[in-house]
Design a protein around this ligand. Structure first.
Ligand SMILES: [Fe+2]
Ligand SMILES: [Fe+2]
Length: 266
């Protein structure tokens, strides 16, 4: 709700945590999370738990946008409301899968950093650029790869759940891309807000990012941002209406220079 305050992290003003059940330990950095190496039972349970709680945060962010921006165009508010419905289903299917796997909520530490950052931004285009167009688009890349990894590990049921979620996430990224374009066409000042929001996100990421050689709570050695090369989900990014040039730029940043046609996406 809009009475959730702010706090300061190293000189940056972030939104205070949303309410979470007492069973959850909320941490801020990946280093304080318990992501496990490999794909054994605990590793898969932690992955499902982490995604389940990220879905709660996505729901909170979309719902907070509805509360704080009542004058946004009705069709955009409808998209956000549909997103709330999708995210709440995602929480339910992952919670069910977690229980099937013998896990329970609160079993591992969780993070609400996406909320801390996105809800510190005071305008709707900036929030859509941060949460939907950047963080959810990134999650789309990760969930696509995770589904394949689960299938390879013989966990068809979790892969099936992730496939279903991915189909919805494409729409969350697509409606944000459509609306950001529309809002920027109607008001060029929106472009400044977008630039500001994306810079703010990378600034905060810089504050909490993994330090070289750092190990998390599960003893997993974490890769720094520069070492991490995400598997860019090109097909779903196209479905989410990223342009060819934008996809080339993402591939370039992810280190897939050889996949980019000569002269493209400069
Ligand atoms: Fe979701
Ligand atoms: Fe989503």
């Amino acid at each position: 709700m809009s009475d959730i305050g702010f706090f300061e992290l190293d000189g940056v003003r972030l939104r205070a945590n949303p309410a979470r059940d007492a069973c959850f330990e909320v941490v801020m950095r990946d280093a304080d999370m318990a992501e496990h190496e490999g794909s054994d039972d605990v590793a898969r349970r932690e992955m499902v738990h982490r995604h389940m709680t990220n879905e709660i945060t996505s729901l909170d962010i979309a719902a907070e946008c509805l509360v704080e921006f009542p004058d946004a165009p009705w069709e955009l508010r409808m998209e956000l409301a549909r997103q709330c419905w999708d995210e709440s289903r995602h929480v339910q299917v992952l919670a069910r899968r977690l229980e099937e796997m013998g896990g329970h909520k609160g079993e591992f530490p969780i993070s609400v950093l996406e909320w801390n950052v996105t809800c510190a931004i005071d305008n709707l285009p900036g929030r859509l650029a941060t949460q939907n167009r950047t963080l959810e688009a990134g999650a789309m890349d990760i969930v696509g790869a995770l589904g394949r990894a689960m299938r390879a590990a013989g966990d068809e049921r979790t892969a099936y759940v992730l496939d279903g979620i991915l189909a919805d996430e494409v729409q969350h990224v697509r409606f944000a891309n459509r609306w950001i374009k529309k809002l920027a066409e109607n008001d060029p000042r929106v472009l400044m807000k977008l630039a500001h929001a994306v810079r703010f996100l990378s600034h905060v990421n810089g504050k909490v990012q993994i330090r070289p050689g750092e190990v998390n709570r599960a003893g997993k050695k974490l890769e720094s941002a520069e070492e991490r090369v995400p598997a860019v989900n090109v097909e779903d990014r196209k479905l989410a209406e990223f342009t060819e040039d934008e996809i080339h730029e993402i591939l370039r940043q992810a280190g897939f220079r050889q996949l980019i046609p000569e002269g493209a996406g400069a």
